[in-house]
Structures are given as structure tokens and as C-alpha cells.
Design a protein around this ligand. Structure first.
Ligand code: PMV
Length: 335
């Protein structure tokens, strides 16, 4: 049986997807814009299993090459997505997959975006299909992990919340990675999975008394981010990044029931990023639904940012990443 191995990257949202009109199919209440990462990727190998219709196997590939059976809480959504892709492809065969993240599992960055983008690519290829980028993005979105639809593209990516048909809702590239070399120094202050999933966060978002106000502000922020990307203007992008990150957490904290993703380390990093700016380094912080902080900066500032953040008591380690080109076919299979 022939195998297909792909890598798909994580992404960091500049304008956050938070709240859905249809949580199962991840139809967003608001548009979002992200930067695709380069180093933080999920690898996924898939092959068909002969004579086993609808029977799939999910394995986790360890860094030393061994395979471990995936725990049920991990397999559950993966199996549901394989079934969805099988139906889309009009096929019956079972699929064997193995998957591994290049970033430390303990980093609390366990990215369902890279995971579901990689799974979508590897499985559709294994069924002998070559979906268009838009179709891949749509299929990745239907995994339920909506941000996966942005990981199908490299560079800077927009996912619009539309009034249109469900089958038209997918992300689109805004600019390629070589348009603007931005770096992302990720300060890991907390390891392990987050306590409240982003799916629950999306569900609760509209219960925040600040949610409607956030939606009023989003149009202006999206325009500012698009324009900053177009003009490669970090001084214009940075303040929006921080407004968006604070807003996401404000909504989470004021949802019913409320969600606190921050840890004391989050605040230490946020304060340090402000200090770095006062010292002349162009560095801006953002966070997804977790305690760890992504510090967006230009290549000249990266070394200084990484050095300072590494030295903080609450930072376990930093990951130095940056804008990347998107998914790739890999020659080395995981099994
Ligand atoms: O795609 P989900 O359901 O994992 O939600 C992603 C939510 C955020 O990471 C907080 C924001 C985003 O746009 O990536």
C-alpha cells in the first residue's frame, strides 16, 4: 500500500477566531487573520488498510520512531474527521495514520490546527485525490478545529466569516511568507493541555457582556492588520496584536462560566515585552487560548527578545519560530 506523508504548520492568529455560528462545522462569527509558522509543524503519514472498510488505526509516532496507540480522547475527533473525508471522497477503505508534532508535546501548544490540516492533506492524498487549496481549507475547517483551515496556506492568511454557503467558507492567502519576514518567539510558561478547550471557549464567547462590543471593533482591526501586512509595518501591526490578545482573554474571563487561561508567567512575559519596547526593540505580544505568549518581532530583534525571555524565572523555554511556507510533502514516512 502506498503511503503519503505530509507536514502542516501551526499558525498564530493576529485577529482571533472566537465564537461560532455552527460549532460542529466551525462556521465563525468573525473573520480572522493569522501568520503560518515554520518550525511548529505536525507530520502525518497515511495509508489505506486493505479489506477493512471503515476501520481506521491511529498511532502516535514517538521521536525515537516507535509507534504508540493514540489514547481515545485523541482518537475520537481524528476518527470522526477520517470518516468525514472518506465520505467526501466516496470511498470505503480504512486508513492507518501516524502523527507527530515537531514542537515539544509539553509546550501546551498542542496544535489542533496543524494536526487537522496535516490529517486532511495526508488522507485526501491517500484516497488519490488532489483537492484545490480552497477545498483543502474547507475540509480542514470541517474538522471542527476551524483554525486548521488557515494552516493549509503559507504566509499570511485570512478566513472570512461569510453570509455565504457553508461550502464556500474557507481561508484564503493574503501574502506569501517571503513578502514579510516576521519572527515569533514563543515563551512557554505553562506546560500541559489547557483546562478549557477552545471549542468550549467558542461556545461561551457570546455570553460575555463585552462580546458585542468586540464585534463592533473587529472591522477596524481587520483593516489595520491587512494594511500593516500589505505595507510590512510592524509598528502598525503590533498594537492591534496586543489589543486582540487582551480582548480574547477579556471575553474568555467574562464568559459564563468564566475561563482563565493566564498564569503568573503570562503577566511576567507581557510586562517584559513592554520593557523591551521601551529599550527600542520592536516586539509585540499575542496569545491564543492558553497561557503561553507569542512575541512577534522582526529578524533584527529576535535574538534580543529570545535572550531576555529565556532568562525570565517563569519561562520554561522559548521556541524560535517565524513565518513559514505552509504544508509540504515529506519523503520520510512515520512507519
Ligand atoms: O480552531 P480552534 O477551534 O482551535 O480555535 C482557535 C482559537 C484561537 O486559537 C484562540 C484563535 C485563532 O483564531 O486561532
Amino acid at each position: 500500500m502506498s503511503k503519503n506523508t505530509v507536514s502542516a504548520p501551526a499558525n498564530i492568529a493576529f485577529v482571533k477566531y472566537w465564537g461560532a455560528t455552527d460549532i460542529e462545522r466551525a462556521l465563525p462569527l468573525n473573520s480572522s487573520i493569522s501568520m503560518t509558522l515554520d518550525e511548529c509543524v505536525t507530520l502525518c503519514t497515511a495509508e489505506l488498510i486493505d479489506g477493512a472498510p471503515h476501520r481506521d488505526e491511529i498511532w502516535l509516532a514517538e521521536p525515537d520512531g516507535r509507534l504508540a496507540p493514540a489514547p481515545p480522547e485523541f482518537s475520537h475527533r481524528v476518527l470522526a474527521h477520517i470518516e468525514r473525508l472518506r465520505k467526501w471522497a466516496g470511498r470505503e477503505e480504512g486508513v492507518r495514520i501516524a502523527t507527530r508534532n515537531t514542537f515539544p508535546a509539553a509546550a501546551g501548544l498542542a496544535s489542533s490546527a496543524s494536526g487537522f490540516a496535516a490529517l486532511t492533506l495526508a488522507v485526501t492524498r491517500t484516497f488519490g485525490l488532489s483537492p484545490s487549496p480552497g477545498e483543502l481549507s474547507l475540509l480542514a475547517r470541517r474538522s471542527g478545529s476551524g483554525s486548521a483551515c488557515r494552516s493549509v496556506f503559507g504566509g499570511y492568511v485570512e478566513w472570512r466569516a461569510g453570509e455565504g454557503a457553508e461550502e464556500d467558507n474557507h481561508a484564503l492567502p493574503l501574502a506569501s511568507a517571503d513578502h514579510w519576514d516576521l519572527r515569533d518567539v514563543i515563551a512557554v510558561v505553562e506546560i500541559g493541555p489547557k483546562t478549557v478547550s477552545s471549542l468550549d471557549g467558542h461556545r461561551r464567547a457570546p455570553t460575555s457582556p463585552y462580546y458585542d462590543r468586540r464585534r463592533e471593533l473587529l472591522g477596524g482591526r481587520l483593516d489595520r492588520v491587512r494594511s500593516a501586512i500589505r505595507h510590512r509595518d510592524l509598528a502598525a501591526l503590533g498594537p492591534v496584536l496586543e489589543e486582540e490578545a487582551i480582548d480574547l482573554h477579556l471575553i474568555a474571563m467574562s464568559s459564563q462560566p468564566s475561563i482563565f487561561y493566564w498564569s503568573p508567567g503570562t503577566l511576567e512575559v507581557l510586562r517584559t515585552v513592554r520593557e523591551l519596547r521601551q529599550e527600542g526593540l520592536e516586539a509585540w505580544a499575542t496569545m491564543d487560548a492558553g497561557a503561553n505568549v507569542h512575541v512577534i518581532c522582526d529578524p533584527d530583534s529576535e535574538e534580543g527578545v529570545a535572550e531576555r525571555l529565556t532568562g525570565l524565572a517563569s519561562v520554561g523555554f522559548v521556541i524560535r519560530d517565524g513565518v513559514g511556507n505552509g504544508p509540504e510533502a515529506e519523503s520520510q514516512a512515520l512507519f
